[in-house]
Design a protein around this ligand. Structure first.
Ligand SMILES: Cc1cc2nc3c(=O)[nH]c(=O)nc-3n(C[C@H](O)[C@H](O)[C@H](O)COP(=O)(O)OP(=O)(O)OC[C@H]3O[C@@H](n4cnc5c(N)ncnc54)[C@H](O)[C@@H]3O)c2cc1C
Length: 323
């Protein structure tokens, strides 16, 4: 009856979102008197890393066939782990990979599925969860009545909490067949040397207020000092000032960073829809009536061309003093 989480593992570690997922599962396990099992694939040192956040048992699939992401095969492995553990609650992150797999697992287990979950369950019986709706502009309460429930939890929905237990680890060998590999990744290219928007704790984002692509140097310098990813509003990528991969918002990428710094962005609802899940929002805009200030935690009214270089210098000085 263990709660099962799919623990995404990449480049030698578990992402912070996975540790948050473990913390989230531990809380429910505490309330329901059960344990947390993590299914992971080709991970090293999994029990130590995940045990710190409350995972009691790790099922580690070691397979040369699963070194690259394969939705069908991964989903099949997770389904079999859920059956082995008799899991009634199966939890995923909201990464691109997990959102691909979670519905496949739900269908295979005839489970009810809720994505965009933003908090601990509102109620365990009946089983109700709070979810983002309408591009993050509203919430809904969703009830799942099936015996098995599959949830995809949004980033920053609960937090990362240490809860050390001595986790056990066992190798898990799901039976996979040729049909599991009927779709496979042939090659992949990764942007190197830059923090990606999806992984970033801090995002520095620019809008049309920056006037042109030639002015992005100051924004990139601020991002570099902060170890942040750079992002932009839709018109900026439409104009070709920045690549489309940086466009955030309703029609772009969602951003759930700890800190989102918006520079020269007006704060249209379509932009806000994509960054709502970020924890702290800082807005720099010359127009005191810009709508972005309504959702900002901190706001600076002024010219970005004066403020951003000063901010960068101050942060550099702070880092030099405190290193
Ligand atoms: C269906 C649909 C989907 C959309 N999806 C998205 C989306 O996903 N993402 C998105 O971003 N937009 C989206 N949009 C567009 C959105 O409605 C806005 O038009 C867009 O976000 C505005 O971009 P901006 O804030 O960069 O530009 P502007 O609206 O032109 O705002 C520029 C801001 O910069 C400020 N500024 C000017 N000069 C300075 C200065 N020197 N220093 C500081 N501030 C300055 C101005 O006061 C202004 O607030 C969508 C629109 C539609 C209709």
């Amino acid at each position: 009856m263990s709660i099962l989480i799919y623990a995404e593992y990449a480049e030698g570690k578990f992402k912070k979102t996975t540790l948050e997922l473990a913390s989230y599962a531990k809380k429910i396990a505490g309330e329901t008197g059960t344990t947390v099992t993590a299914l992971t694939i080709n991970a090293n040192d999994a029990a130590t890393q995940l045990g710190k956040y409350g995972v009691d048992k790790v099922l580690n699939v070691k397979s040369d066939k699963l070194t690259a992401f394969n939705a069908k095969a991964y989903a099949d492995a997770i389904k079999q782990a859920a059956e082995k553990e008799s899991s009634k609650i199966i939890l995923f992150n909201s990464t691109t990979d997990s959102l691909y797999i979670a519905p496949l697992v739900a269908v295979a287990l005839e489970a009810g599925y809720a994505s965009n979950v933003v908090a601990q369950p509102v109620s365990l019986s009946p089983f109700q969860v709070k979810r983002n709706a309408f591009s993050n502009k509203a919430f809904n309460i969703t009830e799942i009545t099936t015996d098995v429930k599959v949830l995809a939890i949004g980033k920053n929905s609960y937090g990362v909490f240490e809860n050390a237990v001595s986790a056990t680890e066992e190798e898990f060998s799901p039976s996979l067949n040729d049909a599991d590999f009927s779709v496979k990744v042939e090659s992949s290219e990764k942007v190197s040397g830059k923090v990606t928007i999806a992984d970033a704790e801090i995002v520095v984002s620019g809008g049309r207020g920056l006037k042109g692509p030639e002015n992005w140097g100051m924004l990139e310098e601020l991002a570099s000092v902060l170890g942040a990813a750079t992002a932009c509003s839709k018109p900026v990528s439409d104009l070709g000032w920045r690549p489309h991969s940086e466009h955030v918002g309703q029609t772009g990428k969602p951003v759930a960073a700890n800190l989102y710094i918006a520079i020269g962005i007006s704060g249209a609802i379509q932009h806000i829809a994509g960054i709502n899940s970020s924890k702290v929002k800082v807005v720099i805009n010359s127009d005191a009536d810009a709508p972005f200030f309504k959702v900002a935690d901190y706001g600076v009214v002024g010219d970005a061309f004066e403020i951003v270089p000063k901010l960068t210098e101050k942060i550099k000085a702070f880092k030099a003093q405190n290193s």
